[in-house]
Design a protein around this ligand. Sequence first.
Ligand SMILES: [Zn+2]
Length: 170
Amino acid sequence: MYLRKLTDKDKLDLKARTEKIIELQDKGICFGCYNFEKGNIFPDEGLIIYEDDLIRCQFEKYPRATGQTIIVSKEHYEDISEMPLELGTYILKMTNRLIALHKELLGAEKVYLCTICDGKRNHLHFQLLPRLIGEVGGYGHFVKEEGILTDYHELADVFRTRLEGFAEEA
Ligand SMILES: [Zn+2]
């Protein structure tokens, strides 16, 4: 798994995705719920590494950090203020599992967590940004330029295998 610089075509694709999200938000439609229904904003493409009735975990296709992973609630909540705390605990358990895997499998030294859920309409999700050994630490890590994830299928399979049975254990 590594990050390649965006080509002009990639930049157009990413811009189109952002514009689609804003277009939906402007219409008062949640892009998260829309994606669960249609699957065409954040298509699977082998990026989904875990899914159950409550959450989905997926590698970001255009990450700022290698292995950037999104944990998204299946149910619609605008942000943490609406989130049932039991769900929050569940998500934190998954966060803990994913960070351990990022460290073990990706060589992450630290993993950053953020949730923004801004804009007219949003859908509860959390971003995990691994900071690999040798990469500069600090807030700048959140705003690095996006790349495109490549050569990730094999590692995604390992993540999927390691996350099997999470719901039963959590
Ligand atoms: Zn939603």
